[in-house]
Design a protein around this ligand. Structure first.
Ligand code: BG6
Ligand code: MG
Length: 215
């Protein structure tokens, strides 16, 4: 029986992908190559450093570790500047209402995000108080598709993984949820999220009943 909902942040609660993209593209351009929105799709759900590796591979560049850390820090500074303007009207439609319904029904609520900026974003969106637990990129050592983030969220909620459902927009996140032994609802386009137990296009008009459809 589902007792807890674990939400990814980027792409599930708020569309930060466009800000990540702007910052990665700016870095690519500074390094002398272009980075398309299609290339950016490959970065969804994965960690900052793993994203940098993909970006550099796309540009045919390689650097030592120290330089890579500096490049990631530069991208993050731009990203943090962009998200400092995020407001509640950038919440994805219906998600806040869905979280409210889940809480009212007695379900526990956790965040399971790879982002090290998750707390800042939740706070800007005035969502912090809705979450019983926040597990983000500062609390884990292994990034999605490793299940660590979701297993830690379940443990801190005091729930067994089988009693948790994860909401995810990225392939890496769905794999992490399945490896954690949890149900997973994909948020987005079904053909891209085929490994999820169920896919919804977004949270608009989505009722809690969907949780009972998960066998
Ligand atoms: C994920 C995003 O939620 O967080 C990725 O989907 C991002 O695109 C990752 O790279 C890490 O985010 P941050 O904010 O720590 O750079
Ligand atoms: Mg995501």
């Amino acid at each position: 029986m589902i007792k807890g909902c674990i939400f990814d942040l980027d792409g599930v609660i708020v569309n930060t992908a466009k800000y990540h993209y702007l910052a990665w593209k700016r870095l690519a351009n500074e390094l002398g190559f272009d980075f398309s929105e299609k290339d950016n799709e490959r970065l969804k759900g994965i960690s900052r450093m793993a994203s940098l590796e993909i970006l550099l591979e796309a540009g045919g560049l390689s650097f030592d570790n120290e330089t890579k850390l500096a490049l990631a820090a530069k991208k993050n500074k731009w990203y943090v500047d962009y998200i400092s303007f995020i407001k509640e009207d950038e919440l994805l439609p219906g998600v806040k209402e869905f979280i409210e319904k889940s809480k009212a029904a007695g379900l526990k609520i956790a965040l399971g995000s790879a982002s090290k900026n998750a707390s800042t974003i939740l706070s800007r969106l005035k969502l912090t108080d809705y979450f019983d637990i926040v597990i983000d990129g500062t609390k884990v050592s292994k990034a999605k598709p490793d299940p660590e983030i979701f297993l830690l969220a379940a443990q801190e909620l005091g729930l067994s993984p089988v009693d948790c459902v994860v909401f995810e927009d990225a392939k890496a996140g769905i794999e992490a949820a399945k490896r954690a032994g949890m149900k997973c609802i994909g948020v987005g386009i079904s053909s891209q999220l085929a490994d999820a137990d169920m896919v919804i296009p977004g949270f608009e008009n989505i009722d809690l009943d969907i949780l009972f459809c998960l066998a």
